[in-house]
Design a protein around this ligand. Structure first.
Ligand code: ADP
Ligand code: MG
Length: 457
């Protein structure tokens, strides 16, 4: 049997791509949440800085040609509410520095309110500069309030949100991984089911796969079905051919056999008689082989279209024993039936008769003269056993399991007519019924014991 090489795994590939997708999404989620959080934190700090600068500007005015500046408490308290970040400020009026930190520089740019992030006193700060024109002695002069705040609180918030985002991302990834495992397993389940159902089939079972499959597998299963159909047709054709050939050989052989018999009676010379007897033996062997080939073709055909009717194995065995009595008597062999009643199975009568006939044929063939052949029918819990026992030399010790193959004959069969199909037929009949065959020797005394088992009905 050739080995199938596995390359990759659909389930693993599916799993890997789903996991990669989930990881990518989780990382994206993390960064999106983080950047949103940063934006929000920055915006809220800007708003408070602006509100604080506005309240300082609003509280300042020019009275009697002088700038009156009142730094309202609320202007700084609202900044303090946000966190315990440090706050710096500076107020400039025209070119003059009025109050605050003199080295806190203005924010370059146009517009009333200007924002900037920069380092001040070796710390990153967010700075707002808000200006307004005040008229002093008839001259418009620019009043600018600059407020800066360190960003520790913002950084802390950001770190907290980042760690939450990371946890969410990780949880998201783990959940996705679980789902991916479920999804990939469920995706390949139909494939596994198909593999199991095809793998469980008997060697003779070439029926098309009828169970519904997912649309992706339809092509594969259709191809498989077509393949099995072709195989079945070609098997049937070769069986037909064998049967036809055997049939065509058998009829003329029968004629030759009759003629040889007649001639044997007429011939007196011992030398010629011996030759004729040899010839008759060869003819017998050929027609027997032809008969068994026909039987085998019939068994193969019927196994494919197995008829299931309730049948009593005990009764079947009794009929067969009756039928073969004359043949056994010819060789002084005692044919005995040892049977129980009610050994019912569901199966094909003709096939089982055929199998039993082949076993009896062997037993009679391999028995010593005046031996006893016992046909036994036993009922087990869910099995019916049909055994044939003789007192011959028994099976050779070696290669016993090979004997069910087509044309296989044992080393003990030398000089005994046969074609090596009897056990093949018996085995195939048992298999077709869901049973088996056991080839053994008698435990007590000499002789062979072949047992067919069938599931009971
Ligand atoms: N009752 C038996 N006693 C001993 N050997 C047997 C018996 N039945 C079968 N065998 C062995 O199994 C072989 C295969 O049997 P079978 O398939 O019936 O072929 P054939 O009877 O044509 O030789 C025989 O050649 C023989 O070696
Ligand atoms: Mg045989």
């Amino acid at each position: 049997m050739t080995m199938v090489t596995a390359k990759g795994s659909i389930q693993r590939r599916l799993m890997v791509s789903l996991l990669a997708g989930a990881a990518l999404l989780a990382v994206a989620l993390f960064f999106i949440v983080q950047s949103l959080a940063r934006q929000l934190a920055e915006e809220s700090q800007d708003n408070i800085l602006l509100a604080s600068a506005t309240s300082i500007l609003d509280a300042s005015a020019v009275r009697q040609g002088e700038l009156v500046l009142d730094l309202p408490y609320s202007a700084f308290s609202m900044l303090g509410n946000l966190s315990d970040d440090r706050v710096f400020y500076a107020v400039r009026f025209g070119a003059d520095f009025i109050t605050g930190y003199s080295d806190l520089e203005d924010v370059r740019g146009l517009g009333e309110a200007r924002f900037e992030t920069r380092d001040y006193l070796d710390e990153p700060v967010r700075v707002v500069a808000l200006s307004r024109l005040l008229s002093i002695s008839g001259r418009p002069t620019k009043l600018t309030v600059i407020i800066a705040q360190t960003r520790n609180g913002q950084r802390e918030t950001l770190e907290r949100i980042s760690s939450i985002a990371a946890t969410i991302g990780l949880g998201f990834f783990l959940a996705a991984a679980g789902l991916a495992a479920l999804a990939s397993r469920s995706a390949i389940r139909p494939l596994e089911r198909l593999a199991v159902s095809v793998g469980r089939r008997g060697p003779q079972d070439l029926r098309p796969v009828a169970a519904p499959v997912p649309s992706e597998m339809v092509t594969l299963v259709a191809a498989l079905n077509r393949f099995m159909e072709r195989l079945k047709v070609s098997l049937a054709r070769s069986e037909e051919f064998i049967a036809e050939a055997a049939h065509r050989v058998r009829t003329p052989l029968a004629t030759v056999r009759t003629q040889a018999d007649i001639t044997l009676r007429r011939v007196d010379k011992e030398e010629n008689r011996a030759a004729l007897r040899e010839m008759i033996r060869a003819i017998d062997e050929s027609s027997r082989a032809a008969g068994q080939l026909l039987d085998h073709a019939m068994v193969t055909f019927r196994s494919d279209n197995l008829e299931h009717s309730a049948l009593d194995v005990g009764q079947l065995a009794a009929e067969m024993v009756d039928r073969l009595h004359p043949l056994a008597e010819l060789r002084d062999i005692d044919l005995v039936l040892d049977s129980t009643s009610g050994a019912m199975i569901s199966g094909d009568t003709i096939l089982i008769q055929n199998a039993l006939r082949n076993l009896l044929d062997n037993a009679i063939k391999f028995s010593p003269a005046e031996g006893t052949v016992v046909v036994s029918v036993r009922r087990l819990e869910n099995q019916v056993l049909l055994g044939v026992q003789d007192q011959g030399k028994g099976f050779p010790a070696e290669g016993r399991d090979r004997l069910t193959r087509r044309f296989a004959r044992g080393s003990n069969a030398e000089g005994i007519i046969g074609s090596g199909l009897g056990l093949t037929i018996a085995n195939e009949v048992a298999l077709a019924h869901g049973g088996g065959v056991e080839i053994a020797n008698n435990r007590k005394g000499p002789g062979a014991c072949v047992t067919l088992s069938f599931p009971s009905a």
